[in-house]
Design a protein around this ligand. Structure first.
Ligand code: AMP
Length: 132
């Protein structure tokens, strides 16, 4: 489809950093990554949303298999990653060509939040000990 950004990436009219390609699926880095690792897994066939997948279509299982492969290649298969699909506007979907997100690598943010909470707890304990 001409007005679909992902169709344009798939046929090479728009550049993207590809990380995987086969006969039915491509995967490329998200242009606005939410984490150090943020890859989009996209079927070559234009299917607007998850709701539009035919019952006998095996594309979701193929996408899952590719997600596992990519996570392994990027070194987060064991440590862990998020795998999700936004469906329609209410589900946060912005590009209406089916795609799954593979997101990982932002443990540092969680670490700093945990560290800040620990510091606050220790500070309160010390303050109560010394009667402040
Ligand atoms: P969603 O909200 O699930 O529809 O996600 C669409 C994703 O596509 C967003 O995370 C965008 O940053 C990403 N995106 C949009 N245009 C491009 C592009 N040209 N290349 C790579 N990623 C894109």
């Amino acid at each position: 489809m001409d007005d679909c950004i992902f169709c344009r990436i798939i046929d090479g009219r728009v550049p993207a950093e590809m990380v995987y390609q086969d006969d039915s699926i491509v995967a490329f880095r998200d242009a606005r990554p939410a984490s150090p690792i943020h890859v989009l897994i996209v079927p070559r066939k234009h299917i607007p949303t998850l709701n539009d997948i035919a019952e006998d279509d095996r594309i979701l299982s193929e996408i899952g298999t590719v997600a596992k492969k990519i996570a392994g290649q990027l070194g987060v298969g064991e440590s862990g990653y998020r795998f999700f699909i936004n469906v329609n506007r209410g589900g946060g979907q912005v590009v209406f060509h089916l795609h799954a997100h593979v997101v990982a690598g932002n443990d540092l943010g969680t670490f700093f939040i945990k560290a800040a909470v620990c510091c606050a707890i220790i500070w309160r304990k010390l303050a109560s000990l010394f009667g402040r």
